[in-house]
Design a protein around this ligand. Structure first.
Ligand SMILES: *Cc1c(COP(=O)(O)O)cnc(C)c1O
Length: 396
């Protein structure tokens, strides 16, 4: 590849970013507050296994979401696995392919076949119109993903699930602190799973949580995340180790205190992108009308229409990476085109997923990104498209 920082800097007449701008740099709360909590942890010498920080963290998440139970876990992938097993799902579960690979892997690891379903062209969420033709006698559930911190078509999915006796549950990895019809995401379906990975809107470094109003489901998960123990010496079921540490809970409690601020920053960043990307033909900011709903704005998603820009999404990604703007192609190429699913089910055809996956680009946001940086990123995109011919030469 010939294009590098200098080529574009010369073309653009301005220096490239000296610092790498990543998608998903962690949103972090107050360092002193975190250290005070860690101080307490040192005094207690209680590092894991249901310590006071974890208990308080779970209480606050459950309260914020408005559910009876929150079981924090070491990450969302294992959270999904535990939930799939606790729900007793078997056979096939219908799931979008346009999601992070962990959604599909969690099903596969539990011996359940992910049956990939297409998405809605506008919302990027699981398309209810495509579901019923995929239901077979082996289907046991529907796993929706609230992509980009926005809700799935919850009511439509619930109606289909009820009609066919299927269990509806959600991968809410992106979507804590967002609402749907005034209700917090996390409170829909049989249960939902949040991710608190470092790159997500809200993080505990690594972590996740299963949230539900189902008492017996919660009891099962509480056991299975801890080797199947019920009491000190009694193991009553299969289990694994999916416990969240006190260290992570301390970070979680600290970051929860700043969650409103994270949203404010993200929303202002989104508006800044919106203003500065406006008028660039072929570059469309993904936006779903949501007045009166709360959003965490953690994903700034643009679609590139190469027929209009004259510059493909992948070329634009290369250019931005050369300029130290590490945009991401979430979720390219779609789970059905990755292993082991590509080999297991080569017949799957998802035209909307393929189209969207070939066009999306996720831009850096969060508390680590300034408006000046955002304006420069937008300028770069505008510049690259305006000078596509000169740049195409450099890229080839
Ligand atoms: C990040 C992510 C996961 C996995 O979360 P981890 O906590 O990293 O295991 C699952 N599903 C989606 C949609 C994600 O984006």
């Amino acid at each position: 590849m010939k294009t590098n920082v200098t080529d574009l800097a010369i073309l653009g007449g301005r220096p490239a970013f000296a610092e790498l701008l990543h998608v998903g740099r962690p949103n972090l709360g107050d360092q002193e507050r975190f250290l005070a909590r860690i101080g307490g942890m040192f005094e207690r010498r209680w590092l894991s296994n249901g310590g006071p920080l974890l208990t308080e963290f779970e209480r606050q998440i459950a309260q914020m979401v408005g559910v009876r139970h929150c079981m924090a876990v070491s990450n969302a992938t294992v959270g999904l696995e535990l939930l799939i097993r606790a729900l007793g799902l078997q056979g096939e579960v219908i799931v979008p392919s346009f999601t992070f690979i962990a959604t599909a892997h969690a099903l596969h690891s539990q011996g359940v076949k992910p049956v990939f379903c297409d998405i809605d062209r506008d919302t990027h969420q699981l398309d209810p119109k495509c579901i019923e033709s995929l239901i077979t006698p082996r289907t046991s559930g529907i796993l929706g993903v609230h992509l980009w911190g926005q809700p799935s078509a919850v009511e439509e999915l619930q109606t289909i699930a009820d009609r066919h006796g299927l269990t509806l549950f959600f991968d809410a990895a992106h979507s804590i602190a967002s609402t749907h019809r005034g209700r917090a995401i996390g409170s829909f379906g049989a249960a939902e799973v949040f991710s608190f990975h470092a790159t997500k809107f809200f993080n505990t470094a690594e972590g996740g949580a299963i949230v539900t109003n189902d008492d017996s489901l919660a009891a099962k998960i509480a056991q299975s995340r801890q080797f199947g123990f019920s009491g000190v010496d009694s193991v009553v079921t299969w289990g694994t180790n999916a416990k969240m540490t006190e260290l992570s809970a301390a970070l979680g409690l600290t970051n929860l205190e700043s969650i409103d601020q994270f949203i404010e920053v993200n929303e202002a960043n989104f508006q800044c992108y919106k203003e500065n990307l406006s008028g660039i033909s072929g570059v469309t900011l993904h936006e779903v009308a949501c007045e009166s709903e709360r959003r965490n704005f953690q994903y700034v998603v643009v679609e590139i229409d190469a027929a209009v820009t004259g510059l493909g999404r992948d070329e634009l990604v290369r250019i931005l990476h050369a300029e130290n703007v590490l945009v991401r192609r979430y979720f390219f190429p779609g789970c059905h085109r990755m292993e082991p699913y590509r080999s297991l089910m080569p017949e799957v055809s998802l035209p909307v997923t393929d189209l969207v996956a070939s066009r999306v680009m996720v831009l850096p946001t969060g508390t680590a990104v300034s408006h000046d940086q955002i304006r420069t990123i937008c300028e770069l995109i505008r510049f690259a498209i305006a000078h596509r011919e000169a740049i195409a030469g450099a890229l080839s």
